[in-house]
Structure formats: structure tokens, C-alpha cells
Ligand binder design. Structure first.
Ligand SMILES: [Zn+2]
Length: 637
């Protein structure tokens, strides 16, 4: 801070000022009045002070108006006025109509500015609303307000108590209310509370308090949370199209329900449970809903049927595609040899497209991983596989006894989707050979292959080059990848075969293929497309399954609900069990699915909000309750 003495003299009066420039880099300037009632506008002083503080002729007394004329002014500063300082400072009070500034005190050591303020509003009894002017007594109330620059601001408020003169009123004495300034018992102004609440809504308690501290809003995490919980709920809209979906409190254990207005994409509510009762209850309170978009759960279907019997139920298209993909994954689990054969075919096709590189001499000095290590890996793999088989058998046994899926999931400590995935399988999972991870090198593979094609085969050199690009791991990992490229070259394969998951000797996983399967062709990578070509050309059953599923996806994308029944008939007659079962499942919810394939509504906005909810949940380290999550989800800026 640098202090300058600034004087102001004009023909009639002479005043002496002392001014502290709090921050030379900004226009925040505090004018400290020593005597008189003159102020100079902060931006103006900031413009003139540095220039004149260098001036040897500068005297403690300045003629500010004349100086101001010499300084070229920005256009917006054309009209300067010189009102008394209290009038000027009064502009920054929370409510100028109610509050009147009487005096001020600046405590430099505590960086605190205290304003003495009285009230001048006309008062009505809070009970009977009769206006009154008969003062009972006065008392002082201290409120914290938004900070002014680096100074905390306190309002020392002299408020009144009044008599209520209405003969029938039960209230005889009441304190003055300041609805535009602060809540009745609050120690902070409304606008400070608003700022703090915004911090809390955006970041939650801990982070919000830390940000608040940075911004000069001192508070505790608990206070922020209280403010967030007390935030008034925005005026209820009358939603017509509603999106319903579940969200996980704890995956596999506890779920809640989210309700989103599909017209304006705003979250309407967050329910603590995934239950038909709660949804039905919510819908009875919101009778304007005419369309409800949901997943395929029978639970929500039941809740909607009870709560809004006239509403059109629409199954979300995303969930239909998801169900199809799951059916395909189950189907592909049984096609392991075909998946593997297609991988070899893809490697060949990729080599034809990309071209192989002549193999440089092979380096044979590196030792193989020890036999003990290999045995350990195999044992661990066997153990994992045994656990999968045990889970598979347990799930199928429980299901055969008629146990509900939710109970199976709770008993075995796994998620419902996992139970469903195991139930779709017709045989236990086969053992999977461990995969080399090489994940850290993955972002640099394109570069390494390009250098390899250019003829650079020195792995140490390549390691140094990748390090320059930001790779922060060992040379050994790079060297392992280069060895793979070398082996591929020696075998006559293109280097690209070493980076693609579709060319691995054991083939890609059924799950990975199922995702590629439902992905639109235009969005597939080159190797993925080559793989799909290999897979569907090799086997007529696979080709048929592919044609059928593409036909279904076309129905979904082009919204041709009318053609659904014909597709279902074809799928049931195809002889592909997984797809027949999928078609049979569609039959159970046919009306809602046909609506989903016809109407434009979808749960895309709901999924977006679920992602946001996950973020909010994690920001609270899993401790936030449904009330807090609901407030933050609905009201966050
Ligand atoms: Zn009264």
C-alpha cells in the first residue's frame, strides 16, 4: 500500500484528504476522509495519483478538478459529481431505501470497516400488518456484509422496537423487520448469505468454505451446508414430459430415483429410493404429466401406472440398445472360436491395408520372465476363473429356486447388472488368458509405429523421444513394445496389428465385440470395421445375427415403431436363441417400447444429470445425504 496526500482546493472551500491506494493494479481505492465531505471518484484518483506522485512540485494540496480536466477520460466517465462521502458510501449499502449511513470506522490492523447505519423504513406489525410509528426502544444489531476489497465489512445497525397499537392484535411490541437486508435473527446480510449459498451449491461444504475464504467470505463448511439446505425451492413448474431413471447411492446396494423435466431439461426431484410407491406418490402430486420416459424396469412401469394412469409410458431408446447389446454379448460368449478366427483374419487384412515393414535384425539378449513368475500368474488366473464359475453356478441355482434378482445380488454382494449378465449366459465363463497391459505406452503407440516405419528401431532412442513428448515411464516398457513390433515384422505383419485389440491372438472379448457390433458403421475405427467384416463373412449364423440386429438398430435410429412387431417375429424365428429371447422380452412391454420407437422423447437429459449427480456425490466424498444432493442438483448455478 502506498499512501498519498491529496488535497482539494477550490474557490470557496479547502479540504485536506488522505488517500490509501489498496491495490495499484486495480481501481479499488479507498478514500479516507480526514475532514470535510468531499470525495474524488476512485478511478479518477487512480489515474491521476501515480502521475502526480512522481511530480516534484506535488504539494499536499491539489486542485483536483483542474487535474481531472487534464487527464483524458474514458467516455463513460463524462459526468463526474462530488457528493459528500457518506452519500457515496451509502450507494454500497444492501438497501439504500431502508438504510441510512451515519458514520464509519476503519480499523487498519483488523482490515475491518464498520458502518454505522440507521433505518428509515415505514413499519408494519408483522402480525396484523397495521402501520405504526410509536417507538418502544432502540437496540444495536451487528451484521456482516460482503467484503469491500480486502476489508471485511460490518454493519452496526441501530434498529427500533415498536408498539402495535391495533387493539385486537396479540402482539404488543415487535422489532423492526428488514426483509430486504437480513433475515430476522441472522448475523449476516441477505446478499452475503446469497454469495455463501452459491459457493455451497456449486462446491459443497468443505470446498465451498475454502473458496469462500479465498474470496474474503469467511465461513465454516457446516454453515454453508445449512445455507444450502435452507435454500428456498424454486417455484414448481408444471411438467408435461417426465424422465425417470435410477441412480446409485452405492452401486449394487442402494439406488435412488431421479426425475427430470424433458422439456426444459431441469431436474425436478431426487427421491431417496428406487420404488414404485415413491414414483406413484410423486406423480399424483404432479397431475400435469402426460408422458413418462423410463428404462425397462417393471418397478417404474408399475409406479407410473398407479400414479399417472393416463400418462403415455415411453421406453428410452438408449436402454433398448443397451439390452440388445447385452443379448449380443451373451450370444458372442458362445462364439469364442469365431471371435478368435476373425482376429487372425483381421491381422491379415490390416497388414494388406497398412503394409508390413521389413524386419530389422532381432535382438535376442533379453531374458524371458522366470518360470516361477509364469506359474504364479497361471495360478492366480485359475483362482479367478474358479471364482467366476462358482458365482455363475450360485446365481443359476438361486434363480432356479425362484429367488428375485435383487435378493441374489444382495446375497452374493454383486450388482444387479452383473446378476443379469450371468443369467444371460448359458454356460460358465471360459478362462481368459492374461493380457499385457502396456497402457502407459498406448498414447505413444501411433508415434512409435510411425518412427518404426521411418526405420528407427533403437528402443533407447525411441524411449528418449517419447520422453520428450511427455512419457514418464520406464524404457523397459517402450522396449517391450518395440520387441512386439520387431516380432510382428519378422512374421510379416503390419505394426498396426500390435496395437489393435481386434488382432490379438486370443481375439477381442465378447463384450468389446458387442459394443462394436451396435456402434454405427460410420463411427467405427478402421480395424474395428475390418474385424466386423471378417466376423460376419466367416459364419452364416453370425451374419444373420448381424443383419437382424442392424435392422433393429435402424428401427431405433429412424423411429419406426410400426415395424417392431414384424422384426420381433423375424427374430423369434431366426433360431438365434439370444435374439429370440430379446424379442420375447420386448413383447412384455410392447406398448411402451413401440411408443419409445415412435415418439421423440428420450432420457438423454436424465443420463446427463446422473453423470452430474455422480460428480456431486464424489465431491462430498460419499457423505452427502439426499437432501443436500437434491439441493445442489436442482439449484446449482
Ligand atoms: Zn399488530
Amino acid at each position: 500500500m502506498h499512501l498519498l496526500n491529496v488535497g482539494y482546493r477550490c474557490g470557496i472551500q479547502s479540504f485536506y484528504f488522505r488517500t490509501g491506494v489498496t491495490d495499484v493494479g486495480s481501481s479499488a481505492l479507498l478514500v479516507k476522509q480526514v475532514s470535510g465531505g468531499i470525495y474524488a471518484r476512485a478511478e479518477l484518483l487512480y489515474t491521476i495519483l501515480p502521475a502526480y506522485s512522481q511530480n516534484a512540485h506535488c504539494r499536499p494540496a491539489w486542485h483536483v478538478p483542474r487535474v481531472a480536466c487534464r487527464v483524458p477520460l474514458p467516455q463513460e466517465d463524462a459526468a463526474f459529481t462530488l457528493p459528500p462521502i457518506l452519500t457515496f458510501l451509502g450507494h454500497f449499502l444492501p438497501d439504500r431505501m431502508t438504510l441510512s449511513l451515519q458514520g464509519w470506522h476503519l480499523d487498519e490492523t483488523a482490515a475491518q470497516l464498520t458502518l454505522q447505519v440507521t433505518t428509515r423504513a415505514r413499519v408494519r406489525c408483522p402480525l396484523c400488518q397495521t402501520p405504526t410509528a410509536r417507538v418502544h426502544s432502540r437496540y444495536t444489531r451487528t451484521l456482516t456484509d460482503l467484503p469491500w476489497g480486502s476489508y471485511t465489512l460490518r454493519l452496526q445497525l441501530h434498529v427500533r422496537k415498536f408498539f402495535c397499537d391495533h387493539p385486537a392484535c396479540a402482539r404488543q411490541i415487535f422489532t423492526e423487520r428488514l426483509p430486504t437486508v437480513a433475515a430476522p435473527w441472522a448475523r449476516r446480510t441477505l446478499r452475503l448469505a446469497e454469495h455463501l449459498r452459491a459457493c455451497g451449491l456449486a462446491l459443497g461444504g468443505e470446498l465451498g468454505a475454502r473458496l469462500g475464504h479465498r474470496l474474503g467470505l469467511r465461513t465454516s463448511p457446516d454453515t454453508l451446508l445449512r445455507l444450502v439446505q435452507d435454500a428456498p425451492t424454486p417455484a414448481a413448474t408444471a411438467p408435461q414430459a417426465l424422465g425417470v431413471d435410477e441412480w446409485a447411492w452405492r452401486r449394487g446396494q442402494r439406488y435412488g430415483t431421479i426425475l427430470v423435466n424433458l422439456e426444459d431439461h431441469q431436474v425436478l426431484d431426487l427421491l431417496p429410493e428406487r420404488s414404485a410407491d415413491l414414483v406413484a406418490h410423486w406423480l399424483t402430486q404432479h397431475p400435469t404429466v402426460t408422458v413418462v420416459c423410463r428404462d425397462r424396469s417393471a418397478l417404474y412401469a408399475e409406479g407410473i401406472r398407479r400414479g399417472a394412469p393416463h400418462a403415455v409410458q415411453v421406453v428410452d431408446r438408449f436402454h433398448l440398445v443397451k439390452n440388445l447389446r447385452e443379448a449380443l454379448e451373451a450370444f458372442l460368449h458362445d462364439q469364442r472360436p469365431a471371435l478368435q478366427a476373425a482376429a487372425a483374419g483381421t491381422a491379415q487384412a490390416l497388414t494388406q491395408v497398412a503394409g508390413s515393414v521389413a524386419a530389422p535384425p532381432m535382438y535376442r539378449g533379453r531374458h524371458q520372465s522366470s518360470q516361477a513368475g509364469q506359474q504364479r500368474q497361471a495360478a492366480a488366473q485359475q483362482q479367478r476363473h474358479a471364482a467366476w464359475v462358482a458365482t455363475y453356478e450360485a446365481i443359476h441355482a438361486l434363480r432356479a429356486q425362484g429367488t428375485p434378482v435383487t435378493t441374489i445380488a444382495a446375497q452374493l454382494g454383486i450388482s444387479r447388472p452383473t446378476v443379469y449378465a450371468y443369467l444371460r449366459r448359458t454356460r460358465p465363463p471360459s478362462p481368459r488368458s492374461p493380457q499385457r497391459s502396456g497402457q502407459v505406452v498406448r498414447p505413444y503407440m501411433t508415434y512409435l509405429m510411425q518412427r518404426w516405419r521411418e526405420g528407427c528401431t533403437d528402443s533407447m532412442q525411441l524411449w528418449r523421444e517419447t520422453r520428450a513428448l511427455g512419457y514418464a515411464h520406464s524404457a523397459r516398457t517402450v522396449s517391450r513394445f518395440i520387441t512386439r513390433l520387431r516380432q510382428a515384422s519378422a512374421a510379416g505383419w503390419a505394426p498396426e496389428t500390435q496395437t489393435s485389440p481386434y488382432t490379438r491372438p486370443q481375439g477381442p472379448s465378447a463384450r468389446a465385440v458387442s459394443f462394436t457390433w451396435v456402434c454405427p458403421e460410420a463411427k467405427r475405427a478402421q480395424d474395428a470395421q475390418l474385424y466386423m467384416d471378417q466376423l460376419t463373412h466367416a459364419d452364416p449364423t453370425l451374419a444373420q445375427a448381424y443383419t437382424l440386429s442392424q435392422a433393429f438398430l435402424a428401427l431405433v435410429r429412424e423411429r419406426r415403431g410400426a415395424a417392431l412387431v414384424a422384426w420381433m417375429t423375424e427374430a423369434s424365428a431366426s433360431g438365434i436363441e439370444a435374439l429370440a429371447r430379446f424379442a420375447q422380452g420386448l413383447q412384455e412391454d410392447l406398448t411402451a417400447i413401440t411408443a419409445g420407437l415412435t415418439l421423440p422423447w428420450s432420457n438423454g437429459p436424465v443420463e446427463g444429470h446422473i453423470n452430474r449427480l455422480k460428480l456431486l456425490k464424489r465431491q462430498g466424498y460419499g457423505r452427502a445425504g439426499v437432501g443436500l444432493l437434491r439441493q445442489r442438483l436442482i439449484q446449482a448455478v
